[in-house]
Structures are given as C-alpha cells and as structure tokens.
Design a protein around this ligand. Structure first.
Ligand code: ZN
Length: 137
C-alpha cells in the first residue's frame, strides 16, 4: 500500500501574510484596528465587530496548552512515521487559539495549561509550520 504524502496548507490570499511570516520564522496574527481584538485564523473581516480594518501584528509566540490529544494510531497515512505525536489547541497570550503540534518533549509530558512557546518546522521551500514546544521560562 502506498503511503500518501503529507498535505500542504491551502493558502487564501488573506492568509498569505501568515505563511510568508512563518517562512521567516515569525508568528503573526491579525488585529482589528477598530475594536483592538486579536484574530486567528486569518479572515477578511473582524469576527468580533465585522470591521474589515484589520492589520497583521507580531505575536509573542507564548501561550499555554488549552487542550490536546496524543495520536498513537493513524494508519495508513503520511503521519505514520510521526506517531506518537501531539495535536494541541494552544491559547496564545494575545487570547487567540491555534491548532498545532507540541514538539520537543515526550507526548506523555504534555499537560493542559502547560506554558509553551512557538518553534518552526520547515516543511519545504514554500511552507514552514509554526509548532509549539515547552516554554523555557
Ligand atoms: Zn473588531
């Protein structure tokens, strides 16, 4: 049986700045210039006040694990070689939540509310994925 390749992100025009920044190992999120709330995932208008007056800002890259699961069975798939791995919802200091992976520790060490910080994993010349590792503070 042929194992499929890992999927790559499908990038909308309004999400392009996120991926361009990730390629430079910077984590950016949107912020509404009218209600000043942070926004993630990328959108063309603010989900809080519907304004389209949104800008991109650097995120701190720091947050905590809100929830997670350890994937221990995932075959046949392109992720088979990665198991066990952690899929987590990370709540950034800016208040937005991001679905990602926690890396840099054993999956069994991950806990809810665990402090994490962004790290970057280059997928190919086009995509670098923001992931999270245990914080060093
Ligand atoms: Zn707003």
């Amino acid at each position: 049986m042929e194992i499929p390749k890992k999927p790559v992100p499908i990038v909308n025009d309004w999400a392009r700045p996120f991926w361009d920044a990730a390629k430079e190992q910077r984590l950016v999120i949107q912020k509404c210039k009218d209600c000043e709330k942070h926004i993630f995932y990328p959108r063309i208008a603010c989900p809080h006040c519907s304004s389209d007056n949104v800008e991109w800002v650097d995120a701190s890259g720091k947050g905590t694990v809100y929830s997670y699961t350890v994937v221990e069975s995932n075959s046949p798939s392109a992720f088979l070689k990665d198991i066990p791995y952690v899929v987590a919802v990370v709540r950034l200091e800016e208040g937005v939540q991001m679905l990602s992976n926690v890396v840099g520790c054993e999956p069994g060490e991950v806990r809810c509310d665990m402090p994490v910080e962004v790290t970057f994993e280059k997928l190919d010349d086009e995509f670098t994925l923001p992931k999270f590792k245990p914080a060093t503070r």
